[in-house]
Design a binder for this molecule. Structure first.
Ligand code: URP
Ligand code: ZN
Ligand code: ZN
Length: 473
């Protein structure tokens, strides 16, 4: 089966060229001008942009959290991602206390079975570092897992001590693995949370006040310092504030192999949103900050101080007492209301898997903050490189998987939860006007989205084995 995408403008992180793209089977086979039709199905991309599908390196599909579970699974999340121009993602297998890493991995694998439409991979979160767990880490490479996540926060749940983190980092360095870190000071967060709860200060804004920016700033520097001691590459997930970006910059200026990610919610929202009547929608960790931080992050994306935009996609229904209908099926799950109005019991997380590329295009490229090439770099090429998927994913080149988005820069729509494809009963970007949208989306050569039509097949997505010793960008 051959498909010829004709007459479009091909955008990669490095180039903008007027060229046709030939897909043969699952791969891109040729890029060039006036390629012959030669029996291929022709798609006219005149006036459109042809870009690599997005790679979201930070998602939590069906993540158990407090008394519930995040509301998108590997089918609904993949469908939503594809409608937003994302064709591949990396999720997290989270070790629970007492579990081995392989037990956690098996549980996580079962979530994807029969549901995945996109290609997907996983990071391994280590939350209970016992000698047997440390000994298990090398075997993760045989499973194609090359990145380990550690938490400096979520005390008594996910958090490791600095000494344990150093042990994980030493092991990762030995094996050519990358370490990801959730950088907040868990003791500070725990103490402030207890204090506010004891004082009866339970509303969503106290979530932000119990997770101060200085605790993230301090933890970011601490993680960088530990990574430097262990001589291991580090990726700081979901960076929210100027102070954290400054610590990352400090490390990078000293030649340390440290990289950072932010997410759309930190570019658009502030603590004021937590004071809205529906403020619980905005509870995530670390929290949304200030307008000045939003601006600082946009600037850091533009000038290269931050390398990736992920999503931390971890949606929960706002009102889980009401059923939601998704593709004709009724879905029920406790949501943000399950916290009972207490921020410390409200599940942490926001949606983003469908929104990321759309928002970054309109508000990044459209507003002149960065180029279309930088958009591709932030949303696809850098994630592919950092996480050992490049050049199979994250670019348009002969031999790469045909994960392609045909983007219509003129198309418009207004964001609404009534028309989005995520399985969640609200959209925090509701009412925002988007200019520039994906029109056709291919996963390994197969058309899965065409306008508003969905052709994705449950179970067609593949688990991706990733390479160790991935480059630092
Ligand atoms: O609030 C968040 N971010 N929920 C998901 C878990 C995490 O910390 O990434
Ligand atoms: Zn986190
Ligand atoms: Zn996360």
């Amino acid at each position: 089966m051959k498909t010829l995408i004709q007459g479009g403008t091909v955008i990669t992180a490095a180039d903008t060229i007027q060229a046709d793209v030939l897909i043969e089977g699952e791969k891109i086979s040729l890029i060039g001008q006036n390629l012959p039709k030669d029996g291929a199905k022709v798609i006219d991309a005149t006036g459109k942009l042809v870009m690599p599908g997005g790679i979201d390196p930070h998602t939590h599909l069906e993540l158990p959290f407090f008394t519930t579970v995040s509301s998108d699974d590997f089918y609904t999340g993949h469908r939503a991602a594809a409608f937003g121009g994302t064709t591949c993602h990396i999720d997290f297998a989270n070790q629970r206390k007492g579990e081995t890493l392989h037990e956690a991995l098996e549980k996580w694998r079962r979530l994807a079975e029969g549901k995945a439409v996109l290609d997907y991979a996983t990071h391994m979160s280590i939350t209970d570092l016992r000698p047997d767990v440390l000994a298990e880490i090398p075997s993760l490479l045989d499973e194609g897992i090359t990145s380990l996540k550690v938490f400096l926060s979520y005390k008594n749940m996910y958090m490791l001590t600095d000494g344990e983190i150093l042990q994980v980092m030493h092991k990762a360095a030995e094996l050519g693995m990358l370490v990801l870190v959730h950088a907040e000071n868990g003791d500070v967060v725990d103490m402030l949370t207890r204090q506010f709860v004891a004082e009866g200060k339970l509303s969503p804004e106290y979530h932000a006040l119990s997770h101060p920016a200085w605790s993230e700033t301090e933890a970011t520097l601490r993680a960088i310092a530990l990574a430097s001691v262990a001589n291991v590459p580090l990726y700081v997930v979901h960076m929210t504030c100027a102070g954290a970006v400054d610590q990352l910059t400090y490390g990078r200026q000293r030649g340390l192999p440290v990289m950072g990610e932010t997410c759309p919610q930190y570019l658009f929202f502030t603590e004021d949103d937590l004071r809205r009547p529906d403020g619980a929608k905005f509870i995530c960790s670390p929290p949304v900050r200030t307008r000045a931080d939003n601006v600082y992050l946009w600037d850091a994306l533009a000038d290269g101080r931050i390398q990736v935009v992920g999503t931390d996609h971890c949606p929960f229904l706002f009102d889980g007492t009401k059923p939601l209908t998704y593709e004709g099926e009724v879905y029920r799950s406790p949501g943000k209301e399950s916290g009972g109005g207490d921020f410390s019991k409200t599940p942490n997380g926001m949606h983003g898997i469908e929104d990321r590329m759309l928002l970054l295009w309109t508000y990044g490229v459209g507003k002149g903050r960065f180029s279309a090439n930088r958009f591709v770099e932030l949303t696809a090429t850098n994630p592919a490189k950092i996480f050992g998927l490049y050049p199979r994913k994250g670019t348009i080149a002969p031999g790469s998987d045909a994960d392609i988005v045909i983007w219509n820069p003129e198309a418009r729509k207004t964001v609404s939860w009534r028309t989005h494809h995520m399985r969640v009963d609200h959209n925090v970007y509701e009412g925002m006007e988007l200019v520039g949208l994906p029109e056709k989306v291919f996963v390994r050569g197969e058309l899965v989205v065409d306008g508003e039509s969905w052709y994705g097949r449950r179970g067609s997505g593949r688990f991706l084995h990733r390479q160790s010793h991935a480059p630092v960008v």
